[in-house]
Ligand binder design. Structure first.
Ligand SMILES: [Zn+2]
Ligand SMILES: [Zn+2]
Length: 308
């Protein structure tokens, strides 16, 4: 699994800082989280390719999270035979896209499926052969969703030594056992999968949490994830601004990640009021709370190893 940091800015794109967006690539598919103004530029620079981009998750309907969607939809319309696209996000997402499509007379030849949050939607926003993605409302100035992507559980490791010791002939029986089926040998013995296959292993877990004040629903989203991308709009001297504008300081973000036992924390959504030279201070303050905190870098590619 690779995570691509497309930008780390909040509010507006700046000459030196693009808006917060993360692409997660696993199992040959790309899952894009948020698409603010200009997101298609770093997306292209990172050579992510549009063929495998089938789902975009939108946290909320603020310009810095959604305004890049029309450009992304048009970019995707340029490739031959595009597959259907799924857009997952807050109520009103389909209205926004449908209006902009009509007003700008956008020619999009592929179907768009909309998955909008509703009160009785349940925890699972999306699921395919690779992953499932959970969603929870956060606490922001407008309705806003946080996401948690989980790779499916992987089957346990097959132990060829144990199989040989049991006298199982190599071949299709190995595959059946690995797939969890009990098999019968020619001598009449039955072999259960747990005799030759180790315990199932969890896949990798990623959280994407922006924009919000510290709130309870962040915890299940971030609980023990391998990597969390979390907003960090303000420095601690602007804690009041953070509360007023429904954002977090770097210390609050790190504290929430610490409580959730996040392994690696990547901070995003930095206020445009801070110059890039202040990013170091943001990192240091966050690291004083969560030792594996860092500020994301534009264009950064993070390989997330499988849990041992
Ligand atoms: Zn924002
Ligand atoms: Zn916002």
């Amino acid at each position: 699994m690779d995570c691509f940091v497309l930008g780390i800015g909040g509010m507006m794109p700046m000459p030196h800082r693009r808006l917060s967006s993360v692409a997660v690539r696993t199992g040959g598919s790309i899952y894009l989280f948020d698409c603010g103004e200009g997101t298609q530029v770093p997306y292209k620079e990172l050579h992510l390719g549009l063929r495998n981009l089938d789902v975009v998750f939108i946290s909320h309907l603020h310009a810095d999270h959604v305004l890049g969607l029309p450009g992304m939809l048009m970019l995707r319309a340029q490739m031959p035979d595009p597959e259907p696209l799924t857009l997952v996000g807050p109520p009103g997402l389909s209205r926004f896209v449908k209006n902009v499509r009509a007003d700008l007379r956008m020619h999009i030849r592929y179907p768009i499926n909309y998955v909008e949050w509703t009160r009785d939607a349940g925890d699972v926003a999306f699921e395919d052969g690779n992953v499932r993605v959970l969603w929870h409302p956060l606490e922001h100035s407008v309705f806003c969703l946080g996401f948690r992507l989980e790779e499916h559980i992987r089957p346990g490791r097959f132990d060829p030594e144990a199989a040989r010791a049991l006298g199982i002939p190599p071949g299709p029986l190995y595959g059946q056992l690995q797939a969890g089926k009990t098999v019968s040998l020619d001598d009449g013995r039955e072999i259960r999968p747990d005799q030759v296959v180790g315990e199932t292993r969890r896949g990798r877990h990623v959280a994407f949490v922006t924009d919000t004040v510290p709130c309870a629903s962040m915890q299940p989203l971030m609980h023990k994830v391998d990597i969390a991308f979390v907003e960090s709009m303000f420095l601690p001297e602007h804690t009041e601004d953070a509360a007023d504008k429904k954002h977090m300081t770097c210390e609050q973000s790190a504290q929430a990640a610490l409580e959730a036992e996040v392994d690696r924390l990547v901070l995003l959504h930095i206020s445009p009021r801070y110059e890039n030279r202040e990013l170091k201070r943001i990192r240091k303050l966050a690291q004083a709370v969560h030792p594996r905190a860092e500020v994301g870098r534009e264009g950064q590619v993070i390989q997330v190893p499988l849990p041992s």
